[in-house]
Design a protein around this ligand. Structure first.
Ligand code: DMJ
Length: 441
């Protein structure tokens, strides 16, 4: 009997690793449901408010956040009609010649990233022209005395503001500006983004950590809390992904310098479970035991960087965090196992990590985790017109918002987790921090 079960495992597990789970089609149906809500109630706007069924725009004029973010997911899911209508909307209506002061990071990862991947996947040069126009309008952010970018720029006047910026918003321009240079042949975009990263790296502390806020005019840190959550997270992610996408070993060395310090000071083991909390960047002294939905990207990044052991351990901790209330909170005190920030804005990171782990190990436990995430999302967040954020993961009270990254990332990673491996050639691509794929060469 034991022999038969073992034989079954040996025969079935490798086959399963290639299989498409029935959940894949179910995720596509949920994507359609959310897109139909956007179509019916928010067409041409940035996003749908799924409870009031009204549109939401970030600025005075819509920049089509949802269609641009959603387009490559549609192509991956084989939703040809939806992709055709999204393409038509984007190419006929999207303009960056608007009276708006935008947050560079957000438009870079969602719009510049979405347009670049649309260009690679679809081939229409109008996507690249639009990406270049946006890139040119963003360039004034780099005109600071240090070369570190400002946070906001006016798309028509080029006026910049907010000299205090953070590592994530400084470092997470590397892939998009690098790809813009690759596709246009103009090196200036890559050079500016790379210089910003070099300057930031040089501002690291003597123990090789970065803080949360830095003044781009003086180069001084204004907040010295060091962690792997929002405001720092994708700086580390882009050092690693930049090294892979551009074959740049110096970026890999920078990543390794930081990860050695992060694993020494920021990593924290409580009752045998691995977490990453908050410490002072200069001393390494622990400031708090906070982990959350954003930090949950970390297992995926650790895995991509070759650290399978920590990736698995941290994903198990994240899964405990999720199961505490049946859906993960924005902030958890992992010492007391209590919620400190109760919202859930449909974030993808824990699913992204499950995808990388599944894709690499083929261990069914990661698909099972994904099934839990998926079922809970549908149970608690689905509405008649789409999916809604939760104000509170304990009470499950909803909030009237559906971020565009729900289409770009959350549903894409769920789909890829359940689809057959060949649905997307991860080995040939790097996914940006918004899950937009770029070809390695
Ligand atoms: C996305 O816009 C990106 O993944 C970003 O790096 C972090 N926040 C959201 C998703 O949670």
């Amino acid at each position: 009997m034991l022999f038969r079960s073992l034989l079954l495992v040996v025969l079935v597990v490798p086959a399963l690793a290639q299989d498409r789970s029935p959940y894949a089609d179910s995720v596509v149906a949920q994507f359609r449901h959310a897109w139909n809500g956007y179509r019916a109630h928010a067409w041409g706007h940035d996003a749908l408010k799924p409870l009031s069924r009204t549109p939401h725009d970030w600025y005075r004029t819509s920049l089509l956040m949802t269609p641009v973010d959603a387009f490559d997911t549609m192509l991956m899911m084989g939703l040809r009609d939806e992709a055709a209508e999204a393409k038509q909307l984007i190419l006929s209506r999207l303009t960056f010649d608007v009276d708006a002061e935008v947050q560079a990071f957000e438009v870079v990862i969602r719009l510049l990233g979405g347009l670049l991947s649309a260009y690679e996947l679809d081939g229409d040069p109008r996507f690249l022209a639009s990406a270049r126009d946006l890139g040119d309008r963003l360039m004034p952010i780099f005109d600071s005395p240090t070369g570190l970018p400002f946070r906001f720029v006016h798309l028509q006047t080029g006026a910049v503001r907010d000299s205090v910026n953070n590592p994530a918003e400084i470092g997470t321009l590397l892939l998009e500006f690098g790809m813009l240079s690759r596709h246009t042949g103009d090196p200036v975009y890559a050079q500016k983004a790379r210089r910003a990263v070099d300057v930031l790296f040089d501002r690291r502390s003597s123990i090789d950590l970065v803080g949360t806020w830095i003044d781009v005019v003086s180069g001084d840190w204004t907040n010295t809390s060091s962690h792997v959550g929002g405001a720092i997270d994708s700086y580390y992610e882009y050092l690693l992904k930049g090294s892979i996408l551009f074959g740049d070993s110096s970026l890999r060395r920078m990543y390794d310098v930081h990860m050695t310090a992060v694993n020494r000071y920021v990593a924290d083991t409580v009752n045998g479970s691995l977490w990453y909390g908050r410490v002072n960047m200069q001393t390494g002294v622990r400031m708090s035991r906070r982990y959350g939905a954003l930090e949950a990207f970390m297992p995926g990044m650790l895995l991509l960087g070759g650290d399978l052991k920590r990736a698995k351990a941290l994903q198990s901790s994240g899964y405990r965090m999720w199961n505490l209330h049946g859906i993960e909170p924005e902030g958890l005190d992992y010492g007391a196992m209590t919620v400190v920030h109760p919202g859930y804005p449909l974030r993808p990171e824990i699913i992204e990590s499950a995808y990388y782990l599944w894709r690499t190990t083929g261990d069914p436990v990661y698909r099972e985790m994904g099934e839990t995430f998926y079922r809970d999302l549908v149970s608690y967040c689905r509405t008649d017109a789409g999916f809604a954020h939760l104000k509170n993961v304990v009470t499950k009270e909803k909030k009237d918002a559906m971020e565009s990254f729900f289409f770009a990332e959350t549903l894409k990673y769920l789909y890829l987790l359940f689809a057959e491996k060949s649905a997307f050639d991860l080995d040939a691509h790097v996914l940006n921090t918004e899950a937009h794929p770029y070809r390695k060469n």
